[in-house]
Design a protein around this ligand. Sequence first.
Ligand code: TRP
Length: 457
Amino acid sequence: MDNNKLQGREGFGSKAGIIAAAAGSAIGLGNIWKFPYITGLYGGASFLVVYLICIAFIGVTVMLAEFIIGRKAGKNAIGSFIKLAPGKPWFLAGWTGVVAAFMILSFYGVVAGWSLHYIVKAATNAFEGLTPEYVGNLFDGFVSATFAPVVYQVLFMFMTGYIVAAGVGEGIEKYSKILMPLLLVLLIILDIRALTLPGADLGMAFLFSPDWSKINGEVILVALGHAFFSLSLGMGTMITYGSYIGKREDLAETAVQVSIADTVIALLAGIAIFPAVFAFGVEPASGPSLVFVTLPNLFNRMAGGAFFATLFFVLLSIAALTSSISILEVVVAYFIEELRMERKKATVIATVSITLIGMLCSLSNSASLGPALTFGAFGSFFNWMDKLSANYLLPLGGLLICLFVGWHLSREEVAAEIGNEGELETPYLPLFLFATRFIAPVAIAVVFLNGLGLIRF
Ligand code: TRP
């Protein structure tokens, strides 16, 4: 066990701990809130197919590339590039990650705050007997208020900062191990209820029978961006976590397992939500409110609905927490190792500044200040943070990460890292190198250029 630990740094104690922490990072609001709502907005099954292709061909490659960089360097997102390529501009890839972390966590904390609020609503039986329209009004009323959503956002950010301040071993590992399996079980229960609603087949058709005419450049850009978002890629999260992985673990196997777990959870969430969307007459393209309006209606149709609803929003909040700590950890690890700060101080500075940006995200949804915080192509400040980070910064970071592993590191260095210095067979090495050198960079570049309207296909 000892030589599986990293000298002088905190690390994950076991294989189960690594999977739990990396899957805990990947599985979050991205799977249960964002995946269903963008699938609803961008065409259902055809979007899903493009998304799955992005996960399989680009996501798994980038995740393995991040693990390689992190474990080889044993440092944070920026420090890893500095160590492996001293004096070269590659550290800019780490910088895009730290910037993306600020943007993502700012709006992520707001949505997680909604989830916390819904724990209270569910526990006090606030949905019982409401019509689907009224459940929708309840959500709109809450989100467009000025203060209440900010209060919950601040509470959530406080919890995130508290756990990160406690450090990697005790902080992250402990919280993700037990509760994610419980979330899986609860989602399966919801799936069964949703599939037995009258009209469920319409939802299943929406999710699984593709209408190819709905695919265009924007759909592909969003699907690619969401593959990065959902797998926690392109930002250095998996570089930072990779630096905590023991030298004898199989990185490729871990990347595949985490990607599969993440995809399964997203699909189970989709199967719970779309049948209910059609059964209750919710608009599939209704956007960020989709889950928060659809699921309370579903709970209303279940025996013990208030109990299941409370449990669900507790677990969703915890899933969000295991993700948000991984986002904050990127910033904090950078502050500690490059700016030589103490963990506590680094955590306080990072958490407070991100919370302040997040307040602007929350207020941009409010009736009072929203108009003042809404501008340009993406609309609300909330949307700006979401779209700029997910659709542009993360794929850009992923592009640089692939190029770094494919072209900067030597074939021997990559082989040694994924093969644990000759301990493991790596028949997939040529395919992986081809993917990092050509497939992923070219695909990301083409999707970008097309999304920006510079080329058309
Ligand atoms: N993947 C998480 C989710 O789906 C969010 C997240 C955590 C993330 N770390 C990240 C997104 C790093 C992008 C980059 O909810």
